[in-house]
Write a protein that binds this ligand. Structure first.
Ligand code: UDP
Ligand code: MG
Length: 329
């Protein structure tokens, strides 16, 4: 293994009793010559998480601590940690020791075979059957179907990736569950390997069965963001056209029934249907147009590019700088 530096990012909400053992486990799992930093993000804990973290940070400078002003959620906490990471690689994991940092070296080895992201796969998941495992099996199947990504476990937070890929990801809301999809959007090469999973021994889980519904909604968002962000008209307008088509069919049917069978047009429900379809169609086409305007504003106002580059040849850093300056106008 070539000496790489790795940043281990851990979001923590009320994990006071896990802090110490987490640090110990990370230290034992990442021996020399591996260089590491442990970035703990205290996501608005109300217990002694921060106190315990500061004690460790004072003793070991490889521990970096970010304390958020309130509870922003696991995704935001993860983003905060990735933002300050300086390692060549970034590992993410839970702070409750359900993930095992001793899997990280194996994941690094796998990554060095030429991957950008290595995902953990919890083969023997140590969570309760009905509120965790069954919903997770369904969610994974659904995500696989919608995103066409082949992974068995999208929910495992233990992941190792290059910092390049990590720093390009934007993890909002509860999108930390869709990191494989976000990475795929960046053109990352991914694979999944089995990792250990332990039951929670200290602290409480922060989620209940309620997340299942949110996963389905988030899946809609992520599908839209992955496939239609730069062409919302194709999505909204596509459905709109379908409705407009339906309106015509329905209208022609009404006229044909009048001409051929003498069916009264005003009393024919198909006429009403064509009106409904027309309205729905126009609405959707308009939303599509608005989407196009919004998307342009989003990209142009922030000088975002509609592509992500892996590398470039014969274009120097200063040239890139002038390109960016020119674009910022
Ligand atoms: N977490 C967080 N902010 C939150 C909720 C959770 O930083 O608002 C952290 C939590 O401390 C843990 C990780 O995210 O380190 C995963 O949470 P949890 O173990 O509760 O999820 P589960 O394993 O039950 O899915
Ligand atoms: Mg957990």
């Amino acid at each position: 293994m070539e000496t790489k530096t790795i940043s281990v990012v851990v979001p923590m909400k009320d994990e006071a009793d896990n802090v110490e053992s987490l640090y110990r486990r990370v230290r034992e799992s990442l021996p020399e010559p591996l260089q590491w930093e442990l970035i703990c993000v205290d996501d608005g804990s109300t217990d002694d998480t921060f106190v315990n973290l500061s004690r460790l940070a004072a003793a070991d400078h490889r521990i970096k601590v970010i304390r958020l002003r309130r509870n922003f959620g696991q995704a935001a906490a993860m983003q905060a940690g990735i933002d300050v990471a300086v390692g060549d690689l970034v590992a993410t994991m839970d702070g409750d020791l359900q993930n095992d940092p001793s899997d990280i070296p194996e994941m690094i080895k796998k990554l060095e075979e030429g991957y950008d992201v290595v995902l953990g796969l919890r083969q023997k998941r140590k969570d309760s059957m009905f509120i965790r495992k069954v919903p997770s099996i369904i969610a994974n199947k659904l995500i696989r179907t919608v995103t066409k990504l082949p992974f068995k476990d999208f929910g495992c937070t233990l992941r190792v990736m290059t910092r390049d890929v990590a720093s390009h990801m934007r993890i909002y809301g509860e999108m930390h569950r869709f990191i494989p999809v976000l990475a795929n959007n960046l053109g990352a090469k991914m694979t999944q390997i089995p990792v250990k999973h332990h039951p929670r021994t200290a602290g409480k889980s922060k989620y209940g069965i309620g997340r299942t519904g949110r996963v389905i909604l988030d899946l809609l968002t992520i599908k839209f963001m992955s496939s239609y962000l730069t062409r919302p008209m194709h999505f909204m307008g596509g459905i709109g056209l379908f409705f407009v088509g339906g309106a015509f069919v329905s209208l022609f049917a009404t006229i044909a029934m009048k001409l051929l069978g003498g069916v009264d047009m005003t009393g024919n429900p198909l006429l009403l249907l064509s009106v409904l379809f027309t309205l729905a169609g126009i609405q959707l086409l308009s939303v599509g147009l608005l989407g196009e305007v919004t998307m342009r504003t989003y990209f142009e106002s922030q000088h975002r590019r509609p592509y992500v580059m892996r590398e470039s040849l014969n274009i120097g850093d200063d040239e890139w700088e002038s390109i960016h300056r020119r674009r910022a106008g």
